[in-house]
Design a binder for this molecule. Structure first.
Ligand SMILES: Nc1ncnc2c1ncn2[C@@H]1O[C@H](COP(=O)(O)OP(=O)(O)OP(=O)(O)O)[C@@H](O)[C@H]1O
Ligand SMILES: Nc1ncnc2c1ncn2[C@@H]1O[C@H](COP(=O)(O)OP(=O)(O)OP(=O)(O)O)[C@@H](O)[C@H]1O
Ligand SMILES: [Mg+2]
Ligand SMILES: [Mg+2]
Lengths: 228, 228
């Protein structure tokens, strides 16, 4: 379970101050599938980076499965991310001079998975997003949506407890997006994978059971897709 | 007017051959607003890079406003791009250590616009996408959708004849996307700006008068939004 209380993230000060996230509180029980929506610049990615232990809030409390994250040092945060969290970045963040399969294997290397299993686990993850036929191409040889799907495969290959996906379908056509959402819903149901997904497309965001709606760093609505 | 005949782009050879674009022909009269749609990996960006003179086709003929592009050297292609074409890249392609305003001014520097006008032209372009208040922040301090809008401002600041926008609203919420499409439609009508826009969102792609639908490197449908 994720428990966030009074979280803020402030950049700059005085006239140049930007309150990217402003006093946000919510809980996400294990196995939930939550969508995060809201206008451009409303704090969605900032909140995701805090939940994913990639960024430290300026104020507030964050408990990840009962652990108070503020009390962890750099090493412990990295360990927690590596073992429990899969992250799909809004900008893909693939390494340019490595193939798709090598990019997907990276989290397995950090997690000390034996070398003999890594390639087959990476190909299986790429197969689940429809890209095993491009496993040995590097990002410069892939289209925008193909890169996005490699990033999704990389986030799923370690079979995380929590998947944080920041606009995972932003560059995908409707059919491919729908296939990715089918995959995520299947993992959520069959493996009780907890998912927090940013999506600006209501058609995909409403596949989740719950929507957190951000405006100017605050959550203005929290409820079922129908309510929000 | 853009006239493309029998254009192909092939990568690799033999078993590894990828026909990114495969024998494509179309014409775009001046002042048209055309949307390009199709599944991920279907050749949309490759076609856009060829139209924008950023990439050379493997075969076929391309005439830009009556000029046979194949007959131009590197320098002449760069001159043609700088003076006539604005390009919004799928990955934004902003320079990291420059502010938003400096990024938007870059095409003006290449076009030898006097220094005294550049800052005000850049701020006006940023204002048109709702970001003048973040002009002096660099890309690392901007959200995904804010970066995308800086990239749109940069493409428009030179008042090009042709705007090529590759997924310009991929990271924007519906309201902000709608505002960008309003802006593009206004420039298309008032300044007869010719626009070719890749968009996977039918709601925005149908703002154009015509849709080119790509599948596996070929155009399978070419017609009005209603027909396609
Ligand atoms: N340098 C390259 N080498 C090999 N294949 C390439 C290269 N660049 C692109 N491709 C392939 O060409 C095909 C078309 O790519 P393109 O980027 O044009 O697709 P797209 O329609 O823009 O896709 P998306 O909607 O995902 O952005 C893809 O299958 C892609 O993997
Ligand atoms: N390093 C930084 N310094 C200053 N401001 C920042 C920094 N990083 C983010 N911001 C600002 O914080 C606000 C929230 O950014 P964030 O990336 O969380 O938005 P977002 O909801 O993900 O937007 P988008 O939908 O466009 O991706 C934005 O106004 C952004 O400009
Ligand atoms: Mg974001
Ligand atoms: Mg593309």
């Amino acid at each position: 379970i994720i428990r966030v209380a009074g979280i803020s993230k402030v950049y700059g000060s005085g006239a140049a101050e930007v309150r990217a996230v402003d006093d946000v509180s919510f809980e996400i029980p294990e196995g939930d599938f939550v969508s995060v929506m809201g206008p451009s610049g409303s704090g969605k990615s900032t909140a995701m980076n805090i939940i994913g232990c990639l960024d430290v809030p300026t104020a507030g409390r964050y408990e990840f499965w009962g652990v108070d994250v503020a009390g962890l040092d750099h090493e412990e945060l990295a360990l927690l991310r590596r073992h429990y969290i899969g992250f799909v970045f809004q900008g893909f963040n693939l390494l340019p001079r490595m193939t798709a399969a090598e990019n997907v294997q990276l989290p397995l290397i950090y997690k000390n998975v034996p070398n003999s299993n890594r390639r087959s686990m990476a190909l299986e993850a790429l197969e689940s997003v429809g890209l095993s036929h491009r496993a040995d191409h590097d990002p410069s040889e892939l289209s925008g949506g193909q890169k996005q799907r490699v990033a999704i495969a990389r986030a799923l290959v370690t079979e995380p407890t929590l998947l944080l996906a920041d606009e995972p379908t932003g560059n995908l056509d409707t059919t491919t997006s729908s296939e990715i959402l089918d995959l995520l819903q299947r993992l959520n149901r069959e493996r009780t994978l907890t998912i927090v997904m940013v999506s600006h497309e209501p058609e995909f965001a409403s596949r989740a059971e719950r929507i957190l709606y951000f405006v100017d760093g605050r959550i203005t609505r929290d409820g079922t897709p129908r309510e929000v």
